[in-house]
Design a binder for this molecule. Sequence first.
Ligand code: FEO
Length: 171
Amino acid sequence: MKDIVRQKLSINVEIMDMLNKQIEKEAVSSSAYLAMASWCDHNGLENSAAFFYEQSSEEREHMLKIFKFINDNGGTAYAPEVKSVMHEFNSLEEIFEAALDQEIEITQSIHSLVQKCRKLNDFTTEYFLQWFVNEQMEEEQLMRRVLELFDLMRDEPLKYIDERIPGLREE
Ligand code: FEO
């Protein structure tokens, strides 16, 4: 009986490794957004700073969601190490471009995980990951909306762009 219980709780090892790598990516992402928030704060771009503080918290929540999922399913989640986060940027637009690149990378990583789940018939993890598939779609769309704003308001002072940032989250 005990063995059956244990089997039911065991997460596939390959999937668990990939999920632990995803934890690291979410942690790096959270930290990178914090660095972006700091740059915005130092450059007097209050709304953009608030935007990135919020992004950073969301990424930490994503990390914890995966962390908890692994442990709840009989695996072992590892606390991630975060190294080499970029703090120097040339412009706010460059920051949002980097943010979009980061989100695209995370989307690809989530999609690879879903593919792996399908290959190994791990329907539970695939179902769990659906939330992340949707979340990534929304996050990419958000970053693209901000970058469109730069195109539309290229000749305006930066502070006007900064003022429009909070509204984009609600769209
Ligand atoms: Fe959690 Fe947007 O990556």
